[in-house]
Design a protein around this ligand. Structure first.
Ligand SMILES: Cc1cc2nc3c(=O)[nH]c(=O)nc-3n(C[C@H](O)[C@H](O)[C@H](O)COP(=O)(O)OP(=O)(O)OC[C@H]3O[C@@H](n4cnc5c(N)ncnc54)[C@H](O)[C@@H]3O)c2cc1C
Length: 535
């Protein structure tokens, strides 16, 4: 590139998974943006190895799922083993609630390469690798960045909004003077990445052994990751000694001779930024939250941030919604990210018993839980994982209790069939943007009383899902059939409502279908709230 142009609606600092995903989503939304990365290329070293269903749905929204999925080992679980090697708990989720298996193995460098390649689809997304953001300032009108070019000179760039996706040591966060807060959790782990594994065990094994707690994770293409927790008195030098690594591999399966791609000691934290947004600058990904690795959620949370931030930034930049919409970014994302950090810390306690007595007690607890089918399913299906659900933000609460309302939840992604008999995931049928979703036998009747022109003016489309037993004919407007009955289950208790889905597929409102005037007023009120200061 010859050098960045003077002004962009959005500048993104950092081309890790969070920044790259944000750039792709803005690309899809047609928003001009500049992505600035200090390194010459995306990450080459192994980092994250576990990607969840929500993150895969975001890659789908970025239009890259077909390119990425061949690089993912889909659908694997975790077995928790006692010190004697006995499996005392199994996590093997079977749900495809959001369109994909809940636990999947991948390699972060491959995801980043896919995301980087994906940017070439968008002439309006520019990248500046080997460029470092040195500092910035902001006022009511915009943000000005000072960027160091590869030749050492400084160039100034201006933007309306800055996305700080610059990782755990975030310069953006530090420049804003924002502290990280949270627990005092601070553990060191030895991470060993192998190639050419001989171990055919499919599931992740978690060694809940107080003498040497560890995790053994299979990856795609015969890769394998070991993670071992270190004692405070173990030195980095001693644990990285090749002898020590071979000894650990020998005692954990048939991989003593596998190729060691990398061995490194990492310190993990459980923290979040005290605030994620200040003025026109927003923190995303590791810049906003740091999580221990047990739940494999650090990057996944970053992709959730990208999915939440990108459509809001796009709507504000296009003038479709007011600037106060971006206030809802941290209101929605911060509590959920923290809930996942707490889950990781909780899992850590199970995985890393500090004494044989504690290990015995924990495992006894699981044995007792195993007597109840419900408790067994709770663990196996990962129901302890905090649901993608917002209590407040850009939504209209419907007064139902938190556990029962659909409002604020990520809507499931069932398989649907189009009029020409193609089967696809719901989001592919919906496309981008807001959508009023109905579940009804007759699509014409479902939307008959609605002022569709008024909805179209607000950028809201309509879609009707017909029951499994009812084919979709031609000429009925946008309609698809519920292939597996999952849409019917998702609408349980809301059969008489239309659901307003946001572009990130969270439910913004549940609106009684019988009162179209009230429905329109509610939506207009929600949209208008984004133009009010402090909304
Ligand atoms: C060993 C290990 C295992 C992990 N396992 C998992 C897992 O299984 N699942 C999971 O979800 N997460 C996992 N994580 C966490 C995951 O890797 C991180 O959460 C993820 O990389 C964060 O992405 P990010 O884009 O927010 O930040 P980063 O990946 O840190 O990217 C930030 C980017 O910003 C750039 N940058 C920084 N400052 C500047 C500047 N001033 N100017 C320009 N560019 C700048 C950096 O060079 C970097 O490329 C793991 C992490 C580690 C270390």
């Amino acid at each position: 590139m010859t050098g960045p142009a003077a002004h962009y609606p959005v500048c993104i600092v950092g081309a890790g998974p969070t920044g790259l995903t944000t750039a792709n989503l803005l690309g899809q939304a047609g928003v001009r943006a500049l992505l600035i990365e200090r390194n010459p290329t995306t990450v080459q070293q192994p980092r994250a190895v576990s990607i969840d269903d929500e993150a895969l749905r975001t890659i789908q929204a970025a239009g890259l799922i077909d390119a990425f999925i061949p690089r993912v080992a889909l659908d694997y679980g975790s077995h928790y083993l006692s010190a004697s090697g006995r499996c005392f708990a199994r996590v093997e989720p079977t749900t495809r609630e959001f369109g994909y298996p809940r636990r999947n193995a991948f390699r972060q460098p491959e995801l980043e390469a896919t995301l980087r390649d994906g940017l070439s689809r968008f002439p309006h997304i520019e990248t500046a690798f080997e460029h470092t953001v040195e500092d910035f300032d902001q006022d009511d009108h915009g943000v000005r960045l000072r960027v160091r070019k590869p030749d050492g000179s400084i160039v100034e760039v201006a933007c309306d909004f800055l996305a700080g996706c610059d990782g755990g040591r975030s310069m953006v966060r530090q420049t804003l003077g924002i502290e990280m807060v949270g627990s005092s959790y601070n553990e060191r782990w030895l991470i060993i990445d192998l190639e050419g594994t001989r171990d055919t065990y499919r599931q992740t094994r978690v060694y809940c052994d107080p003498r040497q707690p560890g995790i053994n994770l299979p990856g795609p293409d015969r890769t394998r990751r070991f993670e071992f927790m270190l004692d405070p008195d173990e030195t980095e030098e001693a644990v990285l000694d090749p002898e020590n690594i071979r000894r650990l591999l020998e005692t954990h399966g048939p991989d003593a001779d596998a190729t060691i791609r990398r061995a490194q000691v990492y310190a993990f934290h459980a923290r979040t930024a005290e605030t994620w947004s200040r003025g026109r600058v927003h923190l995303l990904g590791d810049a906003a939250h740091l999580t221990p690795p047990f739940a494999g959620q650090g990057m996944n949370s970053g992709l959730r941030d990208a999915a939440n931030f990108a459509w809001k930034a796009a709507a504000v930049i296009k003038g479709d919604l007011g600037p106060a919409l971006l206030d809802s970014y941290q209101v929605e994302r911060r509590p959920h990210a923290w809930a996942l950090i707490e889950m990781a810390v909780m899992l850590g306690r199970v995985m890393m018993p500090r004494s044989p007595a504690r290990a015995w007690l924990t495992q006894l607890g699981f044995r007792v839980l195993g007597l109840s089918r419900r408790a067994q399913a709770y663990i196996a299906e990962m129901k302890y994982k905090p649901k993608p659900r917002f209590a407040e933000g850009f939504l209209v609460p419907d007064g139902r209790p938190a556990g029962r309302t659909l409002v604020g939840r990520l809507f499931p992604q069932p398989r649907v069939e189009t009029a020409d008999r193609r089967t696809m995931l719901l989001d592919d049928a919906l496309g981008g943007g807001f959508c009023l979703l109905a579940f009804a036998a007759d699509p014409e009747v479902a939307f008959a009383a609605l002022d569709r022109a008024a909805l179209a003016k607000m950028g809201i489309g309509t879609m009707c899902i017909t029951p499994r037993s009812r084919n979709v004919g031609g000429g009925e407007g946008a309609a698809v059939r519920d292939v597996d009955g999952d849409a019917a289950a998702a609408f349980a208790g809301y059969e008489d409502d239309l659901l307003l889905l946001r572009p990130d597929r969270y439910v913004a409102a549940a609106l009684p279908a019988g009162d179209p005037d009230a429905m329109l007023k509610t939506i207009e009120g929600l949209f208008a709230s984004t133009w009010r200061a402090g909304a």
